[in-house]
Design a protein around this ligand. Structure first.
Ligand SMILES: NC(=O)c1ccc[n+]([C@@H]2O[C@H](COP(=O)([O-])OP(=O)(O)OC[C@H]3O[C@@H](n4cnc5c(N)ncnc54)[C@H](OP(=O)(O)O)[C@@H]3O)[C@@H](O)[C@H]2O)c1
Length: 305
């Protein structure tokens, strides 16, 4: 297939591009502010230029793992949160459908209040923050306008090898190696989701002709402290500097779901066993680091790896 990845410089976008190429698809990705060789510069906020480029590329599928993903930042800047997570992807979803293509939007477990999670696709959403509300409104608008040309993939707590080296696993590993304390919320639970598996699952869904809403998340629900400890132990690091406090004492900018996480009955029915648990994912993370396939090594200071 001919595919475009808007946000190819990001965590999931990087894995989408790699898996698409490995699977013989013709894929091109974009970056907004962090340039990498081979990526096309595109800000979806520059709406006319973005539409013109998509029209020129004539993709069969547009993957959109992009937007304003800083949850606390969204709370302080709701206008940008809605423009970036709703209006801009909807703009490109429309042009994709107009070209006869399919559109994949990435959403989040933060569409749920998180009082009784983990939640399935059947659970009623009730976002606790600006980010989650913009994502839910985008899901609904894209599904309403594109019908079975749209695939909505909700994921959560994505980690693993990543070009920009920003995710939770990198933060934990770097801090522990630097001898710094690691403070995490004691009362937040969700489904850690391994980035390479998230990307592969979504590509497989598209290859197999699926549309609609799918939860694409790891098979376990863990607390943040347990997730951090599993990462530390997997990397052979002493987990004792990992400490925790209740969310209410951490002063995060946006409210968070506490009992969160995603059940994945639809994904399990069509791609059973694809999403790996944390222990196997960490093994894969280390294997890829050793093979030089992980872009950025969290065991090495940024800029030296
Ligand atoms: N990471 C998670 O734990 C998680 C959990 C649930 C849902 N999700 C969703 O999954 C998707 C991918 O997440 P991720 O962790 O891979 O995100 P990420 O690493 O933050 O990457 C975001 C990507 O979007 C690009 N981007 C930002 N603003 C843009 C704009 N206005 N126009 C075009 N591109 C823009 C960024 O480009 P530059 O970096 O070049 O600026 C980057 O490539 C997001 O939609 C997110 O909401 C993620």
């Amino acid at each position: 297939m001919k595919a475009i990845v808007i946000g190819g410089s990001g965590q999931i976008g990087g894995w989408l591009l790699r898996h698409l190429a490995d699977r013989g698809h013709d894929a091109v990705g974009t970056f907004a502010t962090v340039a990498y060789p081979g990526l096309y510069p595109l800000k979806a906020s520059d709406r006319e230029a973005a539409v013109a480029w998509v029209r020129q590329e004539r993709p069969q599928v547009v993957f959109y793992p992009a937007g304003f993903t800083w949850v606390d930042g969204c709370e302080h800047d709701p206008a940008t949160a809605r423009a970036s997570n709703l209006d801009e992807p909807l703009n490109l979803a429309r042009v994709t459908a107009d070209l006869g293509g399919r559109f994949v939007y990435f959403s989040t477990d933060y569409v749920f209040r998180g009082t009784n999670g983990p939640d399935s696709e059947e659970s009623p959403p009730d976002p606790p923050n600006v980010y989650g509300l913009a994502k839910l409104d985008a899901e609904r608008a894209i599904a309403r306008e594109l019908g079975d040309r749209a695939l909505i993939a909700r994921t959560s707590w994505v980690y693993g090898p990543e070009r920009q080296g920003k995710n939770f696993a990198y933060q934990v590993i770097r801090r522990l190696i630097a001898g710094e304390p690691v403070m995490v919320p004691s009362d937040q639970r969700s489904s850690p989701s391994y980035g390479p598996d998230v990307a592969l699952a979504v590509i497989r869904l598209i290859e197999d002709g699926h549309s609609g809403l799918f939860h694409v998340a790891g098979p376990e629900v863990l607390s943040r402290p347990d997730f951090a400890k599993a990462i530390a132990e997997g990397f052979g690091l002493d987990p004792s500097p990992i400490a925790s406090k209740p969310t209410a004492e951490l002063g995060q900018g946006a409210p968070r779901p506490l009992q969160g996480g995603l059940l994945t009955p639809r994904l399990n029915a069509v791609l059973p066993g694809l999403m790996r648990p944390v222990s196997l994912s960490i093994d894969d993370f280390l294997r890829r680091l050793n093979l030089g396939e992980a872009w950025s090594d969290p065991r090495v200071a940024p800029g030296l790896g």
